[in-house]
Write a protein that binds this ligand. Structure first.
Ligand SMILES: Cc1cc2nc3c(=O)[nH]c(=O)nc-3n(C[C@H](O)[C@H](O)[C@H](O)COP(=O)(O)OP(=O)(O)OC[C@H]3O[C@@H](n4cnc5c(N)ncnc54)[C@H](O)[C@@H]3O)c2cc1C
Length: 442
């Protein structure tokens, strides 16, 4: 009886709490925040829901228990994330990014760093604490993010440099970041902490030259600009950050020379969550389109579900939702078994669900017809939200597929390992695949 998809009584309770929160606290704020052209104002509109989510354990619950977190499993996180994302995936992304930022510290940080920073994040009595996960960089040549593991020296790959000023015991940060969520904080003076991937050795490639540094709110020399205006998932704040010789204490650095492994693992942990988020958006679209098909006649005598074309489309959508949810749950379970090591299956859940659910939402729109485009109906927002999934959280083309490729290309890869839930150790040699001049031997 090891394979069992039924929820325990505790899981049903968690699901109920997440559903009630989403419907009663979050939903009333969504339309206004989504329509708000000022991206920072939109972020502030949903702050009361964030505080409530924090108090319910949804903002920091996935952090380890010994540092004040809830120790919530990846499987249980699937249940909570689906309910919140069915109402608004942009809001859920704010919660997720606390994990993207702080779990790397739990995996790679020192005991002292974990106690201090995770302890602060989990022990905020105001419930406003935000952590940023700061990797992505502005477009340009050089620029972008996908080739973070490129073997070339600066300026290819990650461009934000952190120069060690040993005499003063500090790192000096210079460069820009673009896209990181939460990083600007509620007032554009910075999140409580930003977990920033930097280039500590500009002479070495992405597999040796990257590290991670904790940048506290209030650090001088950092400008947080007006957040980016996106087409979808607008409740979530994406930042453009400029570092002009910002000085950060050297005790804040971790994973020196292994920033690449941090990126690969963090975007593995988030894979199944992004996957189930896409499932949730498609679920919302499907339930609405199904009801429409059962009640709308389009000028005929019968509701349109009596047309085989409509029935088949909805059948395809229903099947794909179930299949993607099962894959995400399997991936989450695998991550629970191996301390979030599961780089191939984590990425598979994200890539497959993001793209399949994008198609599912479009199929729902085909069922509904032209009225799917009317902003009075929910499908246009579903489309704007679902298109984000294949592109964000380490884009499917430039990052997540490359990671799966690197794992399965390994000479010792066992093609049945994922089916049999056997451990696959991720190695540096699995990185760098598909970067223009990758040296795959290190
Ligand atoms: C809602 C949202 C939240 C986000 N939150 C964060 C966050 O908290 N922190 C953060 O750091 N970032 C964040 N991002 C950015 C996000 O994680 C992106 O996935 C990341 O910046 C990489 O984007 P990209 O893959 O398009 O990279 P780019 O470097 O811009 O690559 C662009 C395209 O080039 C092609 N390409 C490039 N290199 C290769 C290659 N080697 N092989 C094949 N194709 C290639 C691919 O088609 C790829 O899509 C967020 C974005 C959004 C929309």
């Amino acid at each position: 009886m090891a394979i069992d998809f039924t929820l325990t009584e505790e899981q049903k309770m968690v699901q109920k709490t997440a559903r009630e929160f989403s419907q009663e606290v979050l939903k009333p704020l969504v339309a206004q925040a989504d329509a708000e052209p000022d991206t920072q104002k939109a972020f502030q509109i949903i702050k009361p829901a964030y505080v409530q989510a924090y108090k319910l354990g949804f903002a920091m619950g996935f952090l380890p228990k010994q540092y004040g977190g809830g120790g919530v499993s990846n499987v249980d996180l699937q249940i909570v994330a689906e309910e919140i994302c069915a109402v608004d995936p942009g809001f859920a992304c704010i919660l997720l990014v606390n994990g993207l930022g702080l779990l790397p510290l739990a995996w790679f940080g020192s005991e002292q760093q974990k106690k201090k920073w995770i302890g602060e994040a989990t022990g905020d009595p105001t419930g406003e604490y935000l952590a940023g996960w700061v990797v992505s960089e502005p477009a340009g040549s050089p620029g972008g993010t996908a080739n973070f593991d490129h073997p070339g020296a600066h300026p290819v790959g990650i461009g934000l440099t952190a120069t060690h000023d040993k005499a003063n015991g500090e790192y000096v940060l210079k460069g820009q970041k673009y896209w990181p969520s939460n990083a600007g904080g509620w007032d554009l003076k910075g999140a409580n902490v930003n977990v920033v991937v930097v280039r500590t050795d500009p002479k070495r490639g992405g597999k040796e030259g990257l590290s991670v540094i904790l940048v506290p709110r209030g650090t001088p020399g950092i400008r947080y600009n007006q957040p980016i205006s996106k087409i979808g998932q607008r409740l979530e704040q994406n930042n453009f950050i400029e570092f002009e010789n910002a000085r950060v204490p050297e005790e804040n650095v971790f994973a020196v020379g292994n920033g690449d492994l941090v990126i690969s693992k963090a975007f593995t942990w988030s894979g199944p969550v992004a996957g189930i988020a896409a499932v949730a958006v498609a679920r919302t679209a499907y339930e609405w389109a199904l009801n429409w098909a059962k009640t709308y006649t389009a000028g005929g005598r019968e509701p349109i579900i009596h047309h085989q074309a409509v029935g088949y489309l909805l059948t395809d959508v229903a099947m794909s939702i179930e299949a993607c949810r099962a894959l995400c749950w399997k991936a989450a379970h695998y991550l629970d078994m191996y301390n979030s090591e599961g780089h191939a299956i984590g990425a598979m859940a994200k890539v497959f669900s993001g793209e399949t659910m994008f198609n599912a939402v479009f199929k729902c729109m085909q069922v509904v017809g032209v009225n799917a485009l009317d902003k009075l109906n929910p499908l246009e927002k579903c489309l704007r939200d679902v298109v984000v999934f294949p592109l964000y959280d380490a884009g499917n083309m430039g990052m997540q597929r490359r990671k799966i490729w690197g794992v399965i290309a390994d000479l010792n890869f066992d093609p049945r390992a994922i089916t049999d839930s056997k451990e696959i150790r991720f190695k540096k040699s699995m990185e760098g695949w598909g970067t223009a001049t990758a040296n795959l031997t290190t």
